[in-house]
Design a protein around this ligand. Structure first.
Ligand SMILES: [Zn+2]
Length: 233
């Protein structure tokens, strides 16, 4: 069994790469998981696409409102321990759009796919709070359609976000992938160019495909992080 505690204790800089499995313990279901939270006819890939937002803004709105927003969700032990570790020596790059790493107090976070709780009007560009959005998809001032600042299917990730993520990955001597099958690109591609001396480990319910030499901790991430001792900085 890989000694995650020892690796974290000894690392100079730890970068966590996180996915939906980190937030399920906060009550946020993985919208990609099959047979899970919805029985719609529409696939999440289409529902969350730039095409759907453009062509069927009301369908888009109803879908994200029903399936994505969990404003009562709070960070769990994984978010809390990651925040403590990375605020001392590290960074988090997350695929999650729920903002829970930041809510847990993590200061060095790259929200690779954006954040549902930041929104703007597509007509005038003004920032809109999520409470307003959950009441109406239209900006009262100009009737413009509001959208969350998340990366939709069919959209590109901003170069500055990719740069920040690569910076976090390249700064690390320990990379810990948590709660993701690590199959969605370009997120999964972030580790392609890492220094071979960097230790790479994944914590996930099932074993995932990893580069040669990487370590796998199969198990419940909540349990794994509960057991981690975090020494205050
Ligand atoms: Zn507007």
């Amino acid at each position: 069994m890989f000694d995650l505690q020892g690796a974290i204790d000894q690392a100079q800089f730890v970068t966590f790469l996180t996915g939906a499995g980190v937030s399920t313990a906060s009550g946020i279901p993985d919208y990609r998981s099959k047979g899970g939270l919805y029985s719609d006819m529409v696939s999440p890939e289409y529902a969350l696409s730039a095409d759907n937002l453009r062509d069927h803004p009301d369908d888009f709105y109803q879908w994200v409102k029903a399936h994505m927003y969990y404003p009562e969700a709070r960070p769990n032990i994984i978010h809390e321990k990651m925040a403590a570790i990375t605020n001392a020596k590290g960074a988090i790059v997350t695929q999650n759009v729920d903002g829970l790493h930041t809510q847990a107090g993590a200061k060095n976070v790259v929200e690779f796919h954006g954040n549902l709780y930041r929104l703007h009007c597509q007509t005038c560009g003004q920032a809109i709070d999520y409470q307003t959005y959950l009441a109406s998809e239209f900006h009262t001032a100009d009737g413009g359609v509001i959208r969350p600042d998340i990366v939709l299917y069919g959209e590109q990730i901003a170069p500055r976000v990719i740069d920040a993520a690569l910076e976090a990955v390249n700064a690390a001597d320990l990379i810990v992938v948590v709660g993701t099958s690590f199959q969605v690109y370009p997120f999964a591609g972030l580790i392609q160019g890492v220094d071979p001396m960097t230790t790479l480990v994944a914590v996930n319910r099932e074993a995932i495909d990893l580069p040669y030499g990487a370590h796998m901790v199969v198990g419940d991430a909540v349990k794994v992080f509960e057991d981690l001792q975090v020494t205050p900085a």
